[in-house]
Design a protein around this ligand. Structure first.
Ligand SMILES: [Zn+2]
Length: 142
């Protein structure tokens, strides 16, 4: 697979690569991964499907960069995969930032509500351990 580097807005320090992250086998052992998923590792966003990366998704991954900076991506990912509670603790702030950035650029109330529901469904899904209902997830994100 190619490793094409894409450029992002200057204010983002993130690199984007259309490839799988280095620990993809560990991730696959735990999570139902598809090539529509994107991954933060170190200071790189891995986007294997090469899909469009809206600003709010980049902002979400940047939260994970900050979280990983404390102990490094190897330890962070190990905990993230081993402990669904830790996973949720990391994902709630990332989803909150994602929704805040979306709302900043999309002033339509209906689109904002739809976005919140989409994020709630994502956070409540098996990918993150199914630890919440959709409504609980929406409350946590809002
Ligand atoms: Zn995330």
């Amino acid at each position: 697979m190619s490793r094409k580097k894409l450029s992002l807005p200057a204010r983002s320090g993130a690199d984007v690569v259309d490839d799988w992250p280095p620990n993809i086998e560990d991730i696959r052992a735990v999570l139902p991964v598809t090539d529509r998923n994107i991954f933060a590792y170190g200071h790189t966003i891995y986007n294997p499907g090469g899909g469009r990366l809206p600003l709010e998704l980049i902002a979400h991954e940047e939260v994970h960069f900050q979280q990983q900076a404390e102990e490094g991506p190897v330890k962070w990912w190990a905990k993230f995969l081993a402990d669904p509670k830790f996973r949720l603790d990391q994902e709630i702030p990332a989803h909150r930032v994602e929704h805040r950035v979306f709302c900043k650029y999309n002033r339509d109330r209906n689109e904002q509500a739809q976005h919140l529901r989409r994020l709630g469904q994502r956070l409540a899904a098996p990918m993150y351990g199914s630890l919440l209902t959709v409504n609980q997830a929406m409350k946590a994100i809002r």
